[in-house]
Design a protein around this ligand. Structure first.
Ligand code: FES
Length: 325
C-alpha cells in the first residue's frame, strides 16, 4: 500500500507555550485540504528521511490549513529538533493524509479526555468537536505548569472552559489517586480518551482498566509499545519461514528474532524510520499468514484485515508468512 502524500507549505510558526511551537500548514495551490476528522494525525516527511506523526489541532471545520503543536524534546531523535531549529515559514514539506486513530465513540454518553502535557493535541481536537456537537464531556489537562500548557489560553477563553480541569504541578504520587477520583462515579456508557507520555498513559490504563471495558478506553500513542509487547512480538512456537512473493525466496526467522532484523540480515532491505511501530515507514504487504500486531500505526480494522505488517515490531503467529516483497 503506497502511502498517499501531499505537499504542504509552512504558513506560520508561533510560540504556543514553553518549549512548544505551533506550525500552520497550508496547501500549495489554495485548494481545500483533505478532511481531517477529530482526533486525526498527520505523517510529516522531514529532511534526512525522518517520518514523524503530529496530531492536528486546527478548527474542525477549517479545510484550508492544518495546525500542529510540537514540543521540543530534549531526547529528540530528530523530528522536534528539526522543526524547532530549522523549519521556517515558506518551506514546503511532504506529508501523508490525515488519519484518525482516536475517533470519538459514537455510542458514548459522556467523554472523559485525559491529556498529559503535549498529549493535549489530539484531545484538543476532540474537545472542540464535542463542543460543536453539544456532546457531554470533560477535559483533564495534566501539565508541569500553566506556562507549559499548549492551548490553555484558547481553552480558558472558550465556552467550554467549565469543562476544563487543569492539574498543574501534580506530584508523581498524586497522579493515581487523582485518576481514581476522576474515573469514579462517571455516568454509565462513558468513554475515556488518553494521550501523553508513556508513564502517564500506562497509569491511566492501569486505573481505568480495573473497572472499565477495554473498548471504553481509547488512546493515542506515538511511542514504543511496552517492553512486554516487544517480547511477545519476538516470541514464537518455532522457526518462522518468511517467503518473498516476488521470487519465492525463503528466509528462516528463529524464535525471538525481530522480523525486520531478519529481513535485513537476509539482504531484504526495508525502509524504516521510528523502528517503534508508529510511523508506518516499514509497512509491508502480507500475502499469506497470521500476524501478531504490535504497532500503533494501523487502525484496528487494518490490523484485522491482515493485509499489512510493521516488521519493526510485529511478528507472525504461525510458521509461514508470505510477504509482498
Ligand atoms: S519503522 Fe516506523 S513503523 Fe516500522
Amino acid at each position: 500500500m503506497a502511502a498517499q502524500t501531499q505537499t504542504l507549505r509552512i504558513a506560520a510558526i508561533a510560540d504556543e507555550a514553553q518549549d512548544i511551537r505551533t506550525y500552520r500548514l497550508v496547501g500549495t495551490d489554495g485548494s481545500p485540504l483533505p478532511a481531517a476528522p477529530p482526533g486525526s494525525h498527520l505523517d510529516l516527511y522531514l529532511p534526512d528521511g525522518l517520518v514523524r506523526q503530529y496530531s492536528l489541532c486546527q478548527d474542525p471545520g477549517d479545510r484550508h490549513a492544518y495546525l500542529i503543536a510540537v514540543k521540543r524534546e530534549p531526547a529528540s531523535r530528530g523530528g522536534s529538533a528539526w522543526l524547532h531549529d530549522r523549519a521556517a515559514e515558506g518551506m514546503t514539506l511532504e506529508a501523508g493524509l490525515p488519519r484518525s486513530i482516536l475517533a470519538p465513540a459514537p455510542a458514548a454518553r459522556h467523554h472523559i479526555l485525559l491529556a498529559g502535557g503535549i498529549g493535549i493535541t489530539p484531545l484538543y481536537s476532540l474537545a472542540r468537536s464535542f463542543e460543536a456537537a453539544a456532546a457531554s464531556y470533560e477535559l483533564h489537562y495534566f501539565v508541569r505548569s500553566a506556562a507549559h500548557a499548549a492551548f490553555l489560553g484558547a481553552l480558558r477563553a472558550s465556552p467550554s472552559s467549565p469543562r476544563l480541569h487543569l492539574h498543574a504541578g501534580l506530584p508523581n504520587d498524586a497522579l493515581a489517586p487523582t485518576l481514581v477520583r476522576i474515573l469514579a462515579s462517571q455516568p454509565a456508557h462513558s468513554h475515556v480518551y488518553v494521550c501523553g507520555p508513556v508513564p502517564f498513559m500506562d497509569a491511566v490504563q492501569t486505573e481505568a482498566g480495573r473497572h472499565w471495558a477495554p473498548e471504553h478506553i481509547h488512546e493515542e500513542r506515538f511511542a514504543a509499545p511496552a517492553p512486554q509487547a516487544h517480547a511477545a512480538a519476538a516470541s514464537g512456537a518455532g522457526t518462522l519461514e518468511v517467503v518473498l512473493a516476488s521470487t519465492g525466496a525463503t528466509i528462516p526467522v528463529a524464535p525471538g528474532t525481530n522480523l525486520l532484523a531478519a529481513l535485513n540480515r537476509a539482504g531484504q532491505a526495508i525502509p524504516t524510520s521510528c523502528e517503534q511501530g508508529f510511523c508506518g515507514t516499514c509497512m509491508t504487504g502480507v500475502v499469506e499468514g497470521c500476524i501478531e500486531h504490535h504497532d500503533t500505526f494501523l487502525t484496528p480494522e487494518e490490523q484485522q484485515s491482515g493485509r499489512w505488517i510493521m516488521p519493526c515490531v510485529s511478528h507472525a503467529t504461525g510458521t509461514r508468512l508470505v510477504l509482498d516483497l
